[in-house]
Design a protein around this ligand. Structure first.
Ligand code: PLP
Length: 401
């Protein structure tokens, strides 16, 4: 007998488990559209040239590996807030932002969840239905209650804006409202600017606190500024808000675990106090964050030539995804004789497309066609090549009928 016999086997992770199943498949046709990671047209992982360049620079300089402060690398914290809000934003100039380096997007969300649990014990978090699968785990583990607001309308494969507004309105005053800054995961459906204004009006009216998850800045449209527009719109209203950031996708630093948690406050004093408490939460959790990714970001953004190189590579990646999106749409229209309207595919933005395939249909995609994807019907276009679009279109049409 083991002392651990009472511990049951945990279920596989719904996203990372897909990659494990993919690895085990020996078919040459197999396609991994599960995890959201950028691939080249040859379906290989991609390390940005600008990242390789600064890594060489870092090696030449022979920098040390001393501990970082609890809040992370100062040069990183400065540029990450500036990228998000814009360097001349009053919230930055007036030092109203508490920024701490986090363990990528996930770790930053987890820090914020701990802050909510500690200082807002009555509050709950509203999350979109559906959302990125890990959001619920993060708030559950931090013992923060959450409920869902309507977001996706299966009839239109679009935004259920009225349902979203009604649910945010019905929530108790002072709730946190988790919003995807751009390129909503898993649906690829974002509010348009007028809708963002209405969401901000309502959140202000209800005294809610907006909580942005920004995992795709620059990766959705190809422009860092355009993808930060939602966050900046809220900040310009003088609202207090949370923003978790990630460099996994836009700089391809998935395994470096580099991101940040930002809390915008209405005074510099409040920001200093919030920051001190975020550090207090981080210290017994992981003590201090890793330096490598922070140095990469600080060096890339801090040098105008390298910064421009990054932007060009980001545009290239976003452009490749847009090209496969278009080709998939064209292939579906050409092959499908049912008259179904596929235009929702072109209206979605970012790495993912929400196909509208249900669980049984998604299982057909995998079992019959060797296309690996999450069971909610989401496919990662970043894992698709132009060469595979027609095959994927055949699989989707077959699975729908
Ligand atoms: N938030 C959303 C919406 C995501 O899609 C992801 C990654 O897929 C993350 C956060 C966090 O990723 P990471 O922890 O790698 O930064």
């Amino acid at each position: 007998a083991s002392r651990f016999d009472g511990i049951a086997m945990a279920p596989p992770d719904p996203i990372l488990g897909v990659s494990e199943a993919f690895k085990a498949d020996t078919s040459e046709l197999k396609l991994n559209l599960g995890v959201g990671a950028y691939r080249t047209e040859e379906l290989q992982p991609y390390v940005l040239n600008v990242v390789k360049k600064v890594e060489n620079l870092m090696l030449e300089r022979g920098e040390n590996k001393e501990y970082l402060p609890i809040e992370g690398l100062a040069a990183f914290n400065k540029v990450t807030a500036e990228l998000l809000f814009g360097a001349d934003n009053p919230v930055i100039k007036e030092q109203k932002v508490a920024t701490v380096q986090g363990l990528s997007g996930t770790g930053s969300l987890r820090l914020a969840a701990a802050l909510i649990e500690r200082y807002f014990p009555e509050a709950k978090v509203l999350i979109s239905s559906p959302t990125w699968g890990n959001h619920k785990n993060i708030f559950n583990d931090a013992r923060v209650p959450w409920s869902e607001y309507r977001y996706y309308d299966p009839k239109t494969v679009g935004l259920d804006f009225e349902g979203m507004i009604a649910d945010i309105k019905a929530a108790p005053e002072g709730s946190f409202v988790l919003l995807h800054g751009c390129a909503h995961n898993p649906t690829g459906i974002d509010p348009i600017p007028e809708q963002w204004e209405k969401i901000a009006d309502l959140i202000q009216e209800k005294n809610h606190i907006p909580f942005f998850d920004v995992a795709y800045q620059g990766f959705a449209s190809g422009s860092l500024d355009a993808d930060a527009a939602s966050v900046r719109l809220f900040a310009a209203r003088g609202m207090e808000l949370f923003v978790a950031q990630s460099y996994s996708k836009n700089l391809g630093l998935y395994s470096e675990r580099i991101g940040a948690m930002n809390v915008v406050c209405t005074s510099a004093g409040a920001a200093a106090r919030v920051k001190s408490q975020l550090k207090r939460i981080a210290r017994p959790m992981y003590s201090n964050p890793p330096i490598h990714g922070a140095r990469i970001v600080a060096n890339v953004v801090g040098d105008p030539a390298l910064f421009n190189e990054w932007k060009a590579e980001m545009e290239m990646m976003a452009g490749r995804i847009k090209n496969v999106r278009q080709k998939l749409y064209d292939s579906l229209c050409a092959k499908d004789k049912s008259g179904k309207d596929w235009s929702f595919i072109l209206e979605q933005i970012g790495m993912f497309s929400f196909t509208g395939l249900n669980q049984t249909q998604s299982e057909n995609m995998t079992n019959k066609w060797h296309v690996y994807m999450t069971k909610d019907g989401r496919i990662s276009l970043a894992g698709l090549s132009l060469a595979k679009c027609e095959y994927l279109a055949d699989a989707i049409i077959d699975s729908f009928h």
